[in-house]
Design a protein around this ligand. Sequence first.
Ligand SMILES: C[S@@+](CC[C@H](N)C(=O)[O-])C[C@H]1O[C@@H](n2cnc3c(N)ncnc32)[C@H](O)[C@@H]1O
Length: 222
Amino acid sequence: MYLDSRLLAVADLVRQGSRFADIGTDHAYLPAYLLLNNRIEYAVCSDLRVGPLKNAEETIKKYSLENKVNLRISDGLQGYRDGEVNEIAVAGMGGMLIAEFIESTPWLKNKDMHLILQPMTHSEDTRKALYNNGFFIDKEVVVKDKNKLYVVISAFYNGEFKAITTANALIGELHKNTDNNSKEYLKSLLKKYTIKLEALKKTNKDFSDIEIIVKELAKCLQ
Ligand SMILES: C[S@@+](CC[C@H](N)C(=O)[O-])C[C@H]1O[C@@H](n2cnc3c(N)ncnc32)[C@H](O)[C@@H]1O
């Protein structure tokens, strides 16, 4: 079974033998791939809407995975019970929505819980929610798919709350990465915030926060 490089990057971070949940599963390609490759024990695949869940059902039937998959309608993690899964992927959603899932689900705060998050936008909101709720980011991957860059965040709970600046939230752990995709991603952020800074300098608005972001991004790329 074929997975695009974005979902493959998520799949690569999944722990062997885990009890896996795919939030906003749509076509359920990710859990189907993991089951077909004997990577997980079972999967709960959920989505907010009936249409995407029907897509998931088709994939699960196509690959005869019915015995290892539970399909359900769920808004974020609301339809899950504590202890049911220990590995959760949320891919292809906005970073703010992923942050809301983290904020509103107390049972995620468990040292055996592994979160693999792939925000399409505003990854800084996802990182802020993680750090504010006692999670740490052990790894971040930037992957290119059809010439677009995607960030994948791997996080665990350790109960230590970390105050972070907006610059920290934008960069996350990417400053540790030496690969070309990560550098290209940070360069695109630097370009975006440099343009913002130049525009702000022409007004009488405060630009000190944006200036710090530009400085921090430039430091990462030295
Ligand atoms: C762009 S698709 C991503 C599908 C797949 N996860 C991927 O990355 O390819 C986003 C999916 O998230 C679902 N979704 C949106 N908001 C949701 C929520 N609050 N809870 C669960 N699923 C949601 C949508 O219905 C849609 O099927």
